[in-house]
Design a protein around this ligand. Structure first.
Ligand code: T5A
Length: 213
């Protein structure tokens, strides 16, 4: 039996991680096997690449290096975690995937979108999400949530991408909206400005449809 692959996308602080946890718990109560993973990351090699990408000290990183590192982390993640889990029939919940590359490196950094699509195709080697939930939120609200979250987390300042200016984050939001418009079958936009429970109800509804429940 083939599993289901669901990706969660959106600007920084949109509430993806929160919703993945809530959805995962609900699915586990239905006796489903759930794999939680994230990008960049999910494997030891990809987590090392994540450290390079998000380290705020790496200010000299050029945009092409950034794009290639995200793709490298993804290729490893797909082969070690995502593809085997789908083959085993599990439900894979992934915090960010290929659409983040289009939104951040394409719309945010200005790298050619067609080139990034090809890069993504090489990285995923045929593994595509069954459903993508795009959490749409004004960038100032998202960054505001991150600032609040960091209060009390000793030593954890904003990462290299979070430190970008509001203009960058606004372009990223537009990027996600464009992705959703171009693939309405796969991508469902969720208004992430509402309370957590209301969003969770909508997420469950959409996921049940994909699972045929
Ligand atoms: N990136 C990633 C690229 O540039 N290219 C790529 O190809 C990929 C894969 C990853 C960074 O890398 C970039 C994008 C990112 O900048 P990350 O730390 O994984 O870094 O970044 P995020 O995925 O954005 O993680 P965050 O934790 O910052 O955001 P989330 O997961 O969207 O938000 P969450 O759930 O942690 O919530 C943030 C705060 O808001 C509260 C939560 O309690 C929490 O405190 N919250 C709400 N508050 C009010 N109302 C709600 N509905 C709320 N939902 C959550």
């Amino acid at each position: 039996m083939k599993g289901i692959f669901i990706t969660f996308e959106g600007p920084d602080g949109a509430g993806k991680t929160t919703q993945i946890k809530m959805l995962g718990q609900a699915l586990e109560k239905m006796d489903k096997i759930v794999i939680y993973t994230r990008e960049p990351g999910g494997t030891s090699i990809s987590e090392e690449i994540r450290s390079l990408l998000l380290n705020p000290c790496n200010k000299e990183m050029v945009d092409r290096t950034e794009a290639l590192l995200y793709a490298a982390a993804r290729a490893q993640h797909v082969e070690e975690i995502i593809r085997p889990a789908i083959r085993k029939g599990y439900i894979v919940l992934c915090d960010r995937f290929t659409d983040s590359t289009i939104a951040y490196q394409g719309f945010g950094r200005g790298i050619d979108i067609d080139f990034l699509r090809e890069l993504n195709e090489m990285a995923v080697a045929g593994v595509f999400p069954d459903l993508t939930l795009i959490f749409d939120l004004a960038p100032d609200v998202g960054i505001g949530r991150i600032n609040e979250k960091r209060v009390g987390q000793a030593g954890e300042g904003k990462d290299r991408i979070e430190q970008e200016n509001m203009d960058f984050h606004a372009k990223v939001r537009c990027g996600f909206r464009e992705v959703a418009l171009s693939e309405p079958q796969r991508c469902k936009v969720i208004d992430a400005g509402r309370d957590k429970e209301t969003i969770h109800s909508e997420v469950i509804q959409l996921v049940k449809e994909v699972l045929g429940l």
